[in-house]
Write a protein that binds this ligand. Structure first.
Ligand SMILES: Cc1ncc(COP(=O)(O)O)c(C=O)c1O
Length: 409
């Protein structure tokens, strides 16, 4: 038996009670990605559908050493309950990293350690949203955020993501008409498109938001993965009182450690801490201790540089193969970081058709439709480049081009 494969479901016991589940559950989209990943479980399929980091870049030996040291020196403490806010030395490390990377002052009191940055989205939904509250989100937007916020039944106001960042005129209109509680965006290497907002566009967005009470939720899961080594300005530097940042160790250490954080002004932090305490008391303390031990004994800049270089190579290779083989009518983004490319197919080719035909050719891609909160995106695809070796990238793109050419006829 493979312990990683889901067990077969037991017999269904139909609940006798009507309306057993809260109505919010019906309004929350299933994770389309998880559904798709079931299809791609077949080892013959080359999958560009998921979003996993490259496993060769997870320093398992280094993390094992750090774990050994923590357990040997302070095992009982590290296995105890701890504070909701998180391990202070780890929060101090994160604050220091902001100072070093961005020249941005953050106090450890403004940092809450979470169970991956995904939990930040749930906590933000919990503390900010009443049912029916308007919120703004990029179009296309991160599916995990759409799912997390949907549980709190907001009204989503989509803001078109252009090549330079969100459309400022559209945002201005939404702010004026709906006064959303927050605008959630991913300024660095956006998921799903790979787009990084330009400096100019960041200023325009900040200008538009400046006069409003709307918060900017800056999801910075990919901030450290800029291949050029650039660290663009955070919105916290532009809108200090009304920006929350969510950060993650998933892409630079290991996603299985489930460690992320949120940076928030103190009065928001108080609310987040209460919500977190009610959810899970605190994040995995052993994981926090191991992460801190690892970070304080590793040349983390070199480690991150290796990740950036590897992803740059994988991204360049995928783009080169696309350029060489795809019809010129297929458009694609040129990310400067992250893990994804975004393809727009010529009119008349549907991404869902591509998905079905591609599975038959044993390559998986992700149709863009679930990233559009209000429908649309029928001709778009998200392609992950971080989790396939070079030969698979070349072979997978060759299979995909066969599908696109066939459907384009
Ligand atoms: C934009 C974005 N935010 C948040 C997350 C959640 O990541 P984690 O919970 O592992 O930090 C992801 C995961 O890929 C993501 O792409």
């Amino acid at each position: 038996m493979n312990p990683e494969r889901p067990a077969k479901p037991g017999p269904t016991t139909k609940p006798h009670r009507k309306n057993l589940f809260a109505s919010r559950m019906a309004k929350t989209p299933k994770s389309f990605i998880r559904e798709i990943l079931k299809v791609t479980d077949d080892p013959r399929i080359i999958s560009f559908a998921g979003g996993l980091p490259n496993p060769d870049l997870i320093d398992a030996a280094g993390i094992a050493d750090a774990a050994g040291r923590v357990l040997a020196a302070e095992g009982r403490k590290a296995l105890q309950y701890s504070t909701t806010e998180g391990y202070l030395p780890l929060r101090t490390w994160i604050a220091e990293r902001y100072r070093k990377r961005l020249g941005m002052a953050v106090s450890p009191c403004e940092i809450l350690i979470t169970n991956g940055s995904q939990q930040c989205l749930d906590l933000i939904g919990k503390v900010f949203l009443n049912a029916g509250d308007p919120i703004a989100i990029e179009r296309p937007g991160y599916l995990g955020a759409i799912q997390a916020f949907s549980l709190y039944e907001p009204v989503f106001c989509p803001i078109t993501l252009q090549d330079d960042g969100p459309d400022p005129a559209m945002l201005a209109e939404v702010l004026e008409r709906h006064n959303p509680k927050f605008f959630y965006g991913i300024p660095n290497s956006q998921n799903p498109t790979g787009i990084t907002y330009t400096g100019e566009r960041r200023k325009e967005i900040a200008d538009v938001m400046q006069k409003t009470g709307t918060f900017f939720i800056e999801d910075d899961a990919y901030g450290e993965l800029n291949f050029t080594g650039r660290s663009p300005q955070s919105f916290r530097q532009l809108l200090p009182a009304t920006t929350l940042i969510t950060g993650s160790f998933s892409k630079i250490l290991a996603p299985g450690m489930r460690l992320g954080w949120v940076v928030a002004p103190v009065e928001v932090m108080e609310q987040l801490v209460i919500a977190k305490q009610a959810s899970d008391l605190h994040s995995n303390f052993l994981s926090q201790r191991i992460a801190y031990e690892y970070l304080s004994h590793t040349d983390i800049d070199s480690h991150i540089h290796r990740i950036q270089q590897a992803y740059r190579h994988q991204c360049d290779l995928m783009q080169a193969e696309i350029k060489k083989t795809f019809p010129a009518s297929v458009r694609y983004t040129r990310p400067e970081g992250g893990m994804f490319l975004w393809l727009t197919l010529p009119d008349g080719i549907s991404a869902n058709e591509v998905f079905d035909a591609a599975i038959k050719e044993e390559v998986a891609v992700l149709p863009g439709t679930p990233f559009y909160i209000d429908g649309g995106g029928n001709s778009t695809l998200r392609i992950n480049f971080s989790n396939a070796p070079d030969t698979m990238i070349c072979e997978g793109i060759a299979r995909l081009v066969r599908v696109i050419r066939k459907l384009g006829k």
